[in-house]
Write a new protein. Structure first.
Length: 318
């Protein structure tokens, strides 16, 4: 995981202190349900088989490091919170609306596990591995931070309610300015497979990479009922009942499928590696060169993905 702090020496020291102080805190604030436990807690045994979890998760991380030639850092088990849903009728899991996923301010995650009253330990554990791998890839993605300077304040009232402000300028292959305007327009995804929103692509690439890493292990798992079979198929990115797993289906249509089509259009496995390497290092040189070579157009990356009115005055050459 690579983070850099931008600006003057004083600004960089400010950003470092700002983030370190946040990350000293127990990330319990990001949980959305009671009775949460972290992966390193002894009571995690009520949620997943932790020995199986560690064996599969850390094995998959190592295989992805080798396959894509990328550095991956796991999220700390002490900062990975989870719990089962309280209602008997709730499925839980990656697509549960109360799952927050990875939070870069805290270097921590909160996910809702599959329901331990209706889903077997093996499927619960493998689904938790999916969540963890997904979040480890986000955790390992390059980030740069800059201090937002908005002085003087517009009024005494505004000044009274201001708090220190740091923003994430670069995340993987995308950028944004201090006003939250993104380098890549959300509307680009309507043009998949030729173009796509870069934030959505990074999430989709992570889904594709995790599914590939887990697919054969998940396929061998024995399911005890039809719901478990659908969850198994959803993790493997195979067809499942859209009515039974409606949120998973919506995510697949909005994120996974546009990303999959984009990757297949531009180069499949080799292109996956190129995107993941750019995400983890923050260096876009190789991927920009790839698009110029493939299209024969100078500055093809910028022409495909950069909003015409995007402005980052502190870093105008991106």
């Amino acid at each position: 995981m690579k983070e850099i702090y931008l600006g003057s020496n004083a600004d960089r020291a400010y950003i470092r202190a700002y983030l370190e102080n946040i990350r000293r805190l127990d990330p319990i604030e990001i949980t959305t349900l009671p009775n949460t436990v972290c992966l390193s807690d002894d009571s995690i045994a009520e949620v997943v088989n932790i020995d199986q979890f560690r064996s599969v998760a850390y094995g998959c991380l190592e295989r992805m490091r080798q396959q894509y030639e990328i550095d991956l850092e796991p999220v700390s088990e002490r900062r990975y919170y989870t719990t089962c849903p309280p209602a008997d009728t709730a499925i839980g899991g990656f697509h549960d609306p109360r799952s927050l996923g990875y939070q870069y301010w805290y270097h921590a995650s909160f996910v809702v596990a599959l329901n331990n009253r209706t889903i077997s330990p093996t499927i619960r554990t493998l689904e938790m591995v999916r969540n963890f791998l997904h979040d480890c890839l986000h955790h390992s993605t390059f980030r740069s931070y800059r201090r937002a300077m908005r002085v003087p304040a517009s009024s005494p009232s505004a000044a009274k309610h201001r708090v220190p402000e740091v923003y994430r300028e670069q995340y993987g292959i995308n950028f944004r300015n201090k006003d939250g305007v993104s380098y890549s327009s959300p509307e680009l995804t309507t043009r998949s497979p030729e173009a796509i929103n870069l934030n959505l692509l990074m999430d989709g690439i992570v889904v594709l990479a995790v599914s590939e890493a887990l697919r054969e292990i998940v396929r061998k798992a024995e399911c005890e009922n039809e719901l478990e079979e659908m969850i198994q198929r959803e993790i493997m990115l195979e067809l499942f009942d859209a009515n039974a797993l409606s949120r998973a289906h919506r995510f697949a249509m909005q994120v996974t499928e546009p990303s999959r089509k984009f990757v297949e259009y531009w180069g499949k496995g080799e292109f996956m590696s190129l995107v993941l390497q750019a995400m983890m290092t923050g260096d876009l040189t190789a991927i920009k060169h790839f698009f110029e070579e493939r299209t024969g157009i100078e500055n093809a990356w910028e022409k495909l993905f950069r909003q015409p009115d995007f402005l980052l005055s502190e870093n105008p050459n991106i």
